[in-house]
Ligand binder design. Structure first.
Ligand code: SAM
Ligand code: SF4
Length: 341
């Protein structure tokens, strides 16, 4: 396990349809189009309750877990959420983590809306890599997908991250049939023009209203076919088997596009990720049905050796693979914004 995703909050200022849909209309956005007969009953809107502050790990607690994980071999940490920039003084946590011995890579995934306010402080604290979620370049479609108006703020944030010398800056887009699958080429062109890397992600069954349908997943293969009609794509050979994205160079340039296809081309066998939720649970897979509590240990006065031992035990129990698409698949109780994507 080399890669630890740390969720710093389960709260978010966006309401993406594939993550935290806010209205019945958003939660049922696909019903009439794709599944009028199989599921005649509209799904119920379910916004997960946010955890009280006392249950959320403090920066000192997060730093301790990261330090212990780094001693065990974790090299990469990505801060995520919910929306990580909603966590007050997040730059202080970045500063603490930037000096953890053994950590080679510190990154953040954000929806970008609040990045402008914090960008310089985050850079100064030692953050060098940013991924922004951007599913659409059309204002109306952006609002439909995120539940908010904020396209211009996100674009400004992407530009600012580049200006501050963050490298690489990536854009993540979740691709949903009938919603933004007509924007793939425009998104790649935008990323090329801005000098950032584009990543397309298959829609996974982790939305809070449990509205995921197979029919809505645009497969990695379809994404590639669509892009291949417009660009010359040359595969990038990765030296890291654990990499989740398959990547291509675009039109002989240094611009890269990546496709993350956990649903149709599972990469579980090479997975080297662990997740720490905002309330201090370790998850060994996005789709884990169980979690392992560290907060109780930490707050109960456990020493570092005990926490190390616990982490080792947890890792030995990591599941072999997920079961999306199989009859026994069960969607985890906690959904993406609570787990940390
Ligand atoms: N709020 C931040 C953001 O949106 O970048 C960080 C947290 S978000 C949960 C992390 C990533 O998960 C984002 O790139 C988002 O697009 C992705 N995501 C959320 N729900 C998803 C789903 N159901 N399927 C695939 N990706 C999803
Ligand atoms: Fe918030 Fe990120 Fe989920 Fe969108 S994907 S609702 S921005 S946590």
């Amino acid at each position: 396990m080399r890669d630890l995703r740390v969720s710093v909050t389960d709260r978010c200022n966006f309401r993406c349809v594939y993550c935290l849909p806010e209205t019945d209309q958003a939660a049922n956005f696909y019903r009439s189009k794709f599944d009028p007969l199989k599921n005649p009953t509209p799904i119920k809107l379910a916004l997960p309750p946010s955890q009280p502050k006392s249950q959320i790990l403090t920066f000192e607690e997060i730093e301790r877990v990261v330090r212990i994980a780094a001693e065990l071999g974790v090299e990469k940490v990505r801060l995520t959420g919910g929306e990580p920039l909603l966590r007050q003084n997040i730059e202080l946590l970045v500063g603490k983590l930037a000096s953890v011995p053994g950590l080679k890579d510190l990154a953040m995934t954000s929806n970008g809306f609040l990045f402008n306010r914090k960008a310089q402080a985050l850079r100064d604290a030692g953050l060098t890599r940013m991924s922004f979620s951007l599913d659409s370049l059309d204002e109306a479609n952006f609002k439909k997908m995120t539940g908010r108006e904020g396209l211009n703020e996100v674009i400004r944030s992407i530009r600012l991250a580049k200006q501050l010398g963050m490298n690489p800056v990536k854009i993540n887009a979740v691709v949903i049939r009938g919603l933004n699958d007509h924007e793939l080429v425009a998104l790649v062109r935008f990323a090329m023009a801005e000098g950032v890397q584009m990543r397309f992600i298959e829609f996974m069954p982790l939305d809070s209203s449990r509205g995921w349908l197979r029919e809505l997943v645009v497969s990695g293969r379809e994404i590639l076919e669509q892009l291949s009609n417009h660009f010359t794509l040359e595969p990038v050979v990765s030296t890291q088997p654990s990499e989740t994205a398959r990547r291509w160079k675009v039109n002989g340039t240094e611009s890269e596009v990546g496709i993350i296809a956990p649903v149709t081309e599972a990469f579980c066998g090479h997975c080297n990720r662990l997740r720490l939720t905002a309330d201090g649970k370790i998850r060994t897979c996005l789709f884990s049905l169980g979690e392992h509590d560290l907060r109780g240990l930490i707050r109960g006065g456990a020493d570092d050796a005990t926490i190390q031992r616990r982490l080792r035990e947890i890792v030995w129990g990591k599941e072999d693979r997920h079961h999306i698409g199989e009859s026994e698949f069960e969607q985890p109780e906690r959904t993406m914004s609570c787990i940390g994507g």
